[in-house]
Design a protein around this ligand. Structure first.
Ligand SMILES: [Zn+2]
Ligand SMILES: [Zn+2]
Length: 108
């Protein structure tokens, strides 16, 4: 049955259209030696054989970006509400980013 292939292609198409979603990123690890992407389940890099870090791409991304604490969707720095679940995001990390944006806009 072509079901698996169809699902795979649909996921690839969704990735191209919407970028990396949290579920996709949770399944990916990035090699710190050669930078290639590997499966989160892998222990060593498929390209260079280096031991992969514990963090998935999603963990790395969460450390650098604002994300919704309710549904784990990565959201724009300027977002006030999560576009996925509607949760208000005005906590912690969101504040410095919005202040930064406002200061930047004033300069223009
Ligand atoms: Zn590698
Ligand atoms: Zn959310």
């Amino acid at each position: 049955m072509p079901d698996h292939q169809t699902t795979h292609l649909a996921r690839l198409a969704a990735m191209r259209q919407f970028g990396f979603g949290p579920e996709v990123m949770k399944g990916i690890k990035v090699c710190r030696v050669c930078g290639c992407t590997c499966s989160a389940g892998a222990r060593s890099c498929r390209e260079c054989g280096a031991v992969l870090p514990r963090e998935t791409l999603f963990d790395l991304y969460k450390a650098r970006h604002l994300y919704c604490p309710a549904c784990d969707t990565v959201v724009a720095r300027s977002a006030i509400f999560c576009p996925q679940c509607g949760k208000r995001l005005r906590t912690g990390q969101a504040v410095p980013f919005s202040i930064k944006n406002r200061l930047f806009m004033k300069e223009k």
